[in-house]
Every structure is written in C-alpha cells, then in structure tokens.
Write a protein that binds this ligand. Structure first.
Ligand SMILES: Cc1ncc(COP(=O)(O)O)c(C=O)c1O
Length: 362
C-alpha cells in the first residue's frame, strides 16, 4: 500500500483532544485498592440511590430483549410528551443526551461552520463540534459564570450555526435566565439549552419551543432517574428539527432496556420526587459544610453538585489526597478551573466521609 492508513484519516481529527470521561466504580476501586463498596463516588453527578424498585422489576419482567427496540420510540415519546406538556412530534430520544448533542451538530454543521461554546461548561459540546467538523469559538463566561451576552453577540458571524447553553451549567451550577435565552433566540442561530439538571433546578425554557423555531431543550435520565449506565436522554424540539433528527439518527439508537426503564421511571414520579428532594437537601447540606472551610469558596448551585474554588492550597493535591482515601470528586485541569473541585451530592454518609477527609487533609 503506497499510502499509510493514517493518511486516509480526516486531518482535523488529529487536533481533537480526547474527551476525559469519568470512570466506573470498579475501575476506581482497583486503581486505589479500596473495595468498591467503600468507594465514595462524587465525580459524575449521578443519582447515588440508583433507579427505583419498580424500574428494576420492569427491567426483569420485560420479555423482548431478543428483538430490536422501537425505532420510533413511540411509547416513550408519548410518555415524555405528557411529562413535558407538548406533543410527541416535538420529542426525540437519544442514547444519552450526549448522542443528541452529536446528532444536532451533524444536522446543522457544514465543514468549518462555527459552534459557540461558553466555557467553563460541559466538555461534550466542543468535543462533538470538533468531531462533526465544526470550528469552536469560545466565549468565556463572566467571573460569576453568567453568559457574556454582548461577547456572544459579537461572535455571531455568518458561519455561526449553533450555541450551547447548559442551564444549570456544569460545572458551575448556575442557571441562565430566560430573558437572556430569549435575547440569544433573536439571533439566527440554533440555541441549545441543555437542561440535564432540570429536575433539581425546576427552571426550564421548554415552554418556549412552540414560539421559537431555533430553540432546542435537552434533558436526561442520567441524573435524576439513576439511569446513567443505560444511556437515555431526550430533546424537546421544533417539529422540523425533530423530524430531521428522527431521519438521521441510527434506527435503534435507544436500546430496549433504556426504553423500558425510562418509561417506568416516568410512571414512578412520586418516588423520584422524594429522591430528587433528598438529593437537593443533601446538596444544600454539602454546600453549607464546605462553606465552613475558610480556604474554600463555594459557588451557589441549582443542580445536584457544587463547585468550589480552593483559595489556599492546591485543588490538584486535594483531589489526589481524596482519591487516596477512596473519595472521587471532579478536578478540571484547565486554566479557568485549575483551582476548582466539583463535588456531586451523594448520600448523607458520603458528605460526612468527604468532610472528615477534608478536615484531615487540610
Ligand atoms: C450539562 C450536561 N449535559 C449532558 C450530560 C450528559 O448526559 P447523558 O448522560 O444523558 O449523555 C451531562 C453529564 O454530565 C451534563 O452535565
């Protein structure tokens, strides 16, 4: 062969940095040589209580794992439509909202089109934009992590197609006010509001999807419903966008187990409301406990995690010391967050273990 296989690959792939994912408990347990049941996992904003008993039963009872799932996700889209208060034709379900981020970019981006990203934020936006051949224009958030609307407007060139706004934002936990989303919607780009943490914030712009043909709202079952491992997220779209996404998605993108579990979760909302409330209360207790350390600045959060800045000492070192004790939190090795830790709300005993470890470390 006269050409190397690597020469056949897209040249721009070389410049894409791999996404830095979190690891599952068994891998973490092995890494620090601490039994899995003693690992305190506060790095993924997952639901520490897992899915509900009814969801487990429905998964065990389902008898059609040998058949392909419904490519049109009819039952689940219908249930989601009623949960959201719109018709099913506005809903598309994905293998996690991660898949929907990728699909949206595939739908809108031509090579070298621009995606506006507002860091610090969820890393999949810039990662998927790169994979889809887009150019990422970063418009950093202000010091309080709010969106710099004027700077975003300045970045709206003719090549700009899509902007991503996580609300509440990961990792800062703050919500973007509806008035600011509306300002962005007046531009001629697609505004993707990622409400992965909606069930904790209670704040949504989903009601605006009927008014704006350039608004997309993303949600997930990974955080409130304890289904991160099954990969199921959904989007609320103007009908034209939804139809085209249904056309380009892989036919069986959401597996049977994910569809069964998501459907049953929506039927078990009474249980989940109490779990969500417990997680919110634990996040507040966690934030209060962390605020007592004079060397930590804790940012207000409307999600199921808190971001804190290490004012004295090194976040990297604390992260490492916590790991050694089997406690995993998220540390970001990027300039704007190099002295920050993001800590998910876990069970009360997880908070206690974390606080005791921090007292011991510092
Ligand atoms: C803002 C945001 N969007 C999307 C996701 C991913 O959700 P999913 O598990 O549905 O792919 C996350 C996960 O951390 C997130 O923080």
């Amino acid at each position: 062969m006269s050409r190397e296989v690597s020469e056949l690959m897209r040249k721009d792939i070389k410049d894409i940095e791999a996404y830095l994912p979190i690891e599952p408990t068994d891998i973490l347990s092995h890494r620090v040589d601490i039994p899995a049941e003693r690992v305190v996992k506060l790095d993924g904003n997952e639901n520490p209580y897992g899915c509900s008993q009814k969801v487990r039963q429905a998964l065990a009872k389902y008898g059609y794992y040998h058949l392909y799932p419904d490519p049109e996700q009819r039952e689940l889209r219908k249930a989601l439509a009623s949960y959201v208060g719109l018709d099913s034709e506005h809903i598309v379900v994905g293998s996690g909202s991660d898949e929907l981020i990728d699909l949206i970019l595939r739908l809108f981006l031509e090579p070298a089109d621009v995606v506006i990203n507002c860091p610090p934020t969820f890393g999949m936006y810039s990662f998927s934009a790169g994979v889809c051949g887009g150019v990422v224009v970063n418009v950093p958030r202000k010091e309080d992590f709010s969106i710099d609307i004027l700077a975003v407007k300045r970045a709206l060139t003719a090549r700009a197609k899509v902007i991503f706004i996580a609300s509440p934002n990961n990792p800062s936990g703050n919500v973007t006010p509806e008035s600011e989303i509306c300002e962005l919607l007046e531009s001629d780009i697609v505004v993707v509001v990622d409400e992965a943490y909606f069930e904790f914030s209670g704040v949504t712009v989903a009601g605006l999807v009927m008014q704006y043909d350039n608004l997309v709202v993303l949600r997930t079952f990974s955080k409130w419903a304890g289904l991160a491992g099954l990969r199921v997220g959904y989007g609320i779209f103007p009908v034209d966008i939804a139809r085209n996404l249904m056309k380009i998605k892989q036919p069986y993108n959401v597996n049977c187990a994910a569809q069964v579990a998501a459907l049953e979760s929506l039927k078990d909302m009474k249980y989940f409301r109490s779990v969500i409330q417990a997680i919110i209360e634990e996040k507040e207790r966690l934030a209060r406990a962390l605020s007592r350390f004079a060397w930590l600045k804790v940012y207000p959060s409307q999600a199921n995690f808190v971001l804190c800045r290490v004012l004295k000492g090194e976040a990297k070192k604390i992260h490492k010391e916590l790991q050694r004790r089997g406690i995993f939190v998220r540390y970001f090795d990027v300039p704007e967050l190099s002295d920050c830790l993001r800590i998910s709300a876990g069970k009360p005993e997880h908070t206690d273990a974390l606080i005791a470890a921090l007292e011991d470390i510092c």
